[in-house]
Design a protein. Structure first.
Length: 179
């Protein structure tokens, strides 16, 4: 009985070793060459059907100005104003359940020809929030958009006619420069 058990273990070990050897051969030698040949056939078929569009024919997105060398948040106040294609003055209005909604009230700067998907009176939902108690959020926000279509790049709170995040710059300074 012990010899039958020993024969079974030897047979099982031999079977396991041969299984691992066959798995190794198929995984590292046979399978990759099959996959690469199938990919080559697929790529040739795509080229035949005309779906291979060279990168030189991609349509460039029109730019209002040349891309900045630094990130938008790294720019100084004057540079942010110059780089922005749209600057919106928005005020907080209380919504349901105490939520502060950011409502666009005035364009401080709007470069003609800029694709901008908001209108005055629209809520800028991504900046609306539920306020915490005993916290002063100011009167609203000044939101900077750049490019065309315009993408939001920065927002700063304003209070008492001044933009806090720009060294208390008066809003009137931007308003008079671009009206």
């Amino acid at each position: 009985m012990l010899s039958k058990f020993k024969d079974g273990i030897v047979f099982g070990a031999g079977f396991g070793i041969s299984f691992v050897f066959i798995w190794y051969l198929s995984s590292y030698l046979i399978y990759p060459s099959l996959v690469s040949s199938q990919l080559e056939v697929a790529n040739k078929e795509i080229e035949k059907q005309g779906f291979n569009i060279p990168p030189s024919s991609y349509k460039e997105t029109p730019r209002i100005s040349e891309e900045p060398k630094v990130q938008f948040y790294e720019l100084g106040p004057e540079e942010k104003i110059e780089e922005a294609s749209v600057i919106v003055l928005a005020n907080y209005e209380e919504g349901e359940n105490g939520k502060l909604k950011v409502i666009m009230k005035e364009f401080l700067k709007y470069v003609p020809g800029t694709d901008f998907y908001y209108s005055l009176g629209d809520e800028y939902k991504s900046s609306s929030f539920y306020p915490r108690e005993n916290t002063n959020y100011g009167d609203g926000m000044v939101i900077f958009f750049a490019g065309s279509p315009a993408f939001m790049k920065s927002s700063m709170t304003h209070a008492d006619g001044r933009i806090r995040g720009m060294g208390d710059m008066p809003i009137e300074l931007i308003r008079s420069k671009y009206k």
